[in-house]
Design a protein around this ligand. Structure first.
Ligand SMILES: Cc1ncc(COP(=O)(O)O)c(C=O)c1O
Length: 351
């Protein structure tokens, strides 16, 4: 605050303060391989804000259908719908978004999370990344890359952003929701040249931009190297937590399948049926453990495995053995056939 100028505290540029757009662009270029310059970087309140803006702009230009991963985050899909686009479900398998089904989906745009698919945890394979770019170039359509948690990859260096392969065809969106905290509400978007002005115009006219004070704080945090230091430190902490969680569960429930790559802030435990999923969720909740059933994020037509999502971003190391015991008990209880009872308790309500 002491370094803020009068201009920083006046009616600021809706697209973001220059110092933050420069800091973010520099970070995205070196850490994620995004082809970026500050003039096409926009500061947002997070991925959902960016998606709402982009969807609105696409809808105004006549687009109506956008392919989304099935399953995908229900909150993210809501932002798209509110923006005026209809999400069209395209399946995801162990290699990520099924690009071979794209041409028959009849869509104007695609939203993907290639580095670490939410929620399944798959990484989009190299051949599918290039198929997606080829589709976008041939059809003149837009790919939106949701890079929501790519900073956290534990078994190798994270794969660079898809946007780097084709900056003209990809809109890149990112957030501090996973790296810092969801409540901070700060994120960014890098627009392809043909969309930049119209998205900027939309943001300018809505005046719904991020507080200049928050932007100054983040710019300072990044330029002093604190953001990189924080990420290095958190990567080690989250990796340890994930290892403790996964190895603990493997000891208690040896045949349990943990799916997805070693990345992000959640793991997916595969379960034998939707009944087992609901029962595990219900039992865990009764034991004070909040997990999410995969079906919270599935769309009609989903025929993949059942499962539950366990977020470990906010569990302390000391609490992990207790969490593991409770989860293992919930999974074993579900296995003994509590599924039908749990379904009865939950009725038709979506958990
Ligand atoms: C797929 C996906 N995208 C984006 C986000 C974050 O959105 P926001 O930056 O608006 O908080 C999340 C949060 O869990 C997510 O799961």
């Amino acid at each position: 605050m002491s370094a803020a100028t009068d201009a920083d505290l006046g009616y600021i540029e809706s697209l973001g303060l220059e110092q933050l757009r420069t800091a973010v662009s520099d970070y995205l270029g070196r850490a994620r391989g995004v082809a970026v310059d500050p003039s096409r970087t926009i500061i947002t309140t997070g991925c959902t804000h960016a998606l709402g803006l982009i969807s609105h702009v696409l809808a105004r230009r006549g687009a109506s259908r956008i392919a989304v991963e099935n399953p995908s985050n229900v909150v993210v899909r809501t932002a798209i719908e509110r923006g005026g686009l209809n999400p069209v479900a395209v399946p995801v398998d162990g290699s990520g978004f099924c690009t071979d089904l794209l041409s028959e989906a009849g869509v104007d745009a695609v939203l993907v999370s290639p580095a670490h698919q939410f929620p399944t945890g798959a990484a989009l394979t190299a051949d599918r990344r290039s198929a997606l770019i080829t589709w976008a170039r041939n059809s003149g359509s837009l790919v939106i890359e949701d890079d929501y948690d790519a900073e956290f990859r534990y078994d190798r260096a994270p794969i660079g952003a898809l946007q780097g392969l084709s900056p003209d065809a990809v809109a890149y969106i990112g957030s501090t929701a996973k790296t810092l905290a969801p409540g901070i509400r700060l994120g960014w978007a890098v627009m392809p040249p043909n969309l930049y002005e119209i998205v900027a115009d939309e943001l300018n006219n809505s005046m719904r931009h991020v507080s200049g004070i928050d932007q100054l704080a983040l710019a300072d945090f990044i330029t002093r190297g604190e953001f990189d230091r924080h990420l290095r430190q958190m990567r080690a902490i989250y990796k340890r937590r994930r290892d403790l969680l996964v190895s603990g569960l493997a000891t208690h429930v040896p045949d349990l399948r943990v799916t997805g790559i070693a990345a992000g802030l959640h793991v997916v435990l595969q379960l034998p049926s939707r009944d087992a999923e609901v029962a595990t969720y219900t039992q865990a909740l009764e034991n004070g453990i909040m997990i999410h059933p995969l079906s919270r994020h599935t769309m009609p037509g989903y025929d993949g495995p059942a499962g539950v999502l366990i977020g470990y971003g906010a569990i302390s190391d000391a609490a992990i053995p207790y969490v593991v015991e409770q989860l293992a008990a919930a999974i074993r209880g579900a296995d003994r056939g509590n599924g039908t009872q749990a379904r009865r308790i939950l009725g038709s309500k979506k958990p």
